[in-house]
Design a protein around this ligand. Structure first.
Ligand SMILES: [Zn+2]
Length: 263
């Protein structure tokens, strides 16, 4: 007879293991995904170049151009840097100038069972002196809504009897999302450290928000604002091939480090 734990484990994606413990359930999220045959799965990173198509994003009033082109150039450069790295798979939500909805972007990460989701944007402000990059993760009070979605889409069999148990699904969803948000914070720290030497950062670069793209179900999600299209110095970096390469190199370094630590 299969135990509830084994049924549960079988329903968890990404190699998670579940134990029935003192309080009902303990979820052990394995950082390295190994499939049923013991073959190591690649670390999947979905990179999301913000805006696109009829949505240009912010337009630079001081030269440069549209945010949608900066985000795409940087995302492509990150992909190119990492495309031959063993154990890493980089997927872009768009690799050309097309529009994708916010939910569609996050759904792309969910469909690929991404280990990490990074959305790339550029900022704008009325004050032309505002400059620097910032890094957003999901605000803590945004967690319940994601947990409800995870629970609602869970195919989990209940502990007692094989029917869907909404309470257990909710507990599992909560653990999964907490884990994802911890990993988001870890990646945000790495990203800030790797970007700081190459581009200006806001004085408090780590921020949190309720952005739709940060609400991928159980997936660490980070949104990078690479700088301001309204600031001349930031524009010099963001709209130059050399500057974009430097930013991409720093992002790639943070991704590699995070993937290595997940081994
Ligand atoms: Zn944007």
């Amino acid at each position: 007879m299969r135990t509830a734990a084994s049924r549960l484990a079988a329903t968890q994606a990404e190699g998670d293991t579940v134990r029935i413990g003192k309080f009902g359930i303990v979820l052990l999220a394995m950082s390295t995904a190994v499939n049923a045959h013991g073959i190591k799965q690649p670390y999947v990173v979905v990179i999301d170049p913000g805006h696109g198509g009829h949505d240009p994003g912010a337009i630079s009033p001081v030269g440069g151009g549209a945010e949608k082109s900066v985000t795409l150039s940087i995302a492509r450069a990150v992909r190119d840097r990492l495309s031959n790295k063993r154990g890493l798979r980089i997927i872009l939500t768009r690799s050309d100038d097309r529009f994708i909805t916010l939910v569609g972007r996050r759904a792309a990460a969910e469909a690929r069972h991404a280990n990490l989701f990074l959305s790339i944007h550029a900022d704008s402000a009325p004050d032309p002196s505002a400059r620097g990059a910032s890094i957003y993760t999901l605000r803590e009070d945004g967690r319940p809504v994601v947990v409800r979605r995870i629970a609602a889409t869970s195919s989990y069999d209940g502990v007692s009897g094989g029917s869907f148990d909404p309470d257990v699904a909710s507990i599992l969803g909560d653990l999964k999302q907490r884990d994802a948000m911890n990993d988001s914070a870890g990646f945000a720290v790495s990203l800030a450290a790797d970007l700081a030497p190459v581009i200006a950062m806001r004085s408090q670069p780590r921020l949190s928000a309720h952005f739709a793209v940060l609400k991928a179900e159980g997936i660490p999600a980070v949104l990078l604002e690479t700088g301001y299209v309204t600031n001349r110095k930031d524009v010099d970096v963001l709209f130059s091939g050399r500057g974009q390469k430097r930013v991409a190199k720093a992002i790639a370094k943070a991704i590699e480090q995070t993937a290595d630590e997940a081994d």
